[in-house]
Design a protein around this ligand. Structure first.
Ligand code: CA2
Length: 146
């Protein structure tokens, strides 16, 4: 069975508690449940992870290949804009990675429109709320199952 790892970065554990106009009303647990249902429909196993710590996120990326994952969906949170360490981990893992953001990075503060992660990913989805995760899962399963 194909396995996909979903990694969420700092502060995303607070989803659904504040700033619903930017991030929507779903909690991270809601998003996880939805994605797990969709993954089950595709016959895919999902590992859903959130951390506020850069090193823990890097460890999950490093470990993904050995643990049998075929692809990664990542919302690196604010690390998106400055973590060369996460970027290096992604470029060394040798798995397809899709970057997802709930909000439209290009409609916000200028610093958010730059991702240091996007160049080492297959693609970036932003501004579509929780549907962005579903879109990333759809694309990965389509590519991995063909
Ligand atoms: O739009 C996204 O998904 C972001 O990755 C979310 C990050 C932000 O730093 C990125 O620029 C874009 C922040 C997530 C913080 O989420 C909160 C949700 C509710 C209350 C407080 C924070």
């Amino acid at each position: 069975m194909i396995k996909i790892r979903v990694i969420n970065g700092p502060n995303l554990n607070l989803l659904g508690t504040r700033e619903p106009e930017i991030y929507g009303t779903l909690s991270l647990q809601d998003i996880q449940k939805r994605l797990e249902e969709e993954a089950a429909g595709y016959g895919i196993e999902l590992d859903f992870f959130q951390s506020n710590h850069e090193g823990d996120i890097i460890d999950k990326i490093h470990d993904a290949r050995a643990a049998g994952f075929s692809g990664i969906i990542i919302n690196p949170g604010a690390f998106t804009h400055y973590s060369y360490a996460i970027r290096d981990a992604i470029s060394s893992v040798g798995l397809p990675v899709i970057e997802v953001h709930l909000s439209n990075l290009h409609a916000r503060e200028e610093f958010r429109s730059r991702s240091v992660i996007a160049p080492v990913c297959k693609g970036q989805i932003c501004g579509l709320g929780a549907d962005g995760y579903s879109a990333a899962l759809y694309v990965l399963q389509r590519r991995l199952q063909s």
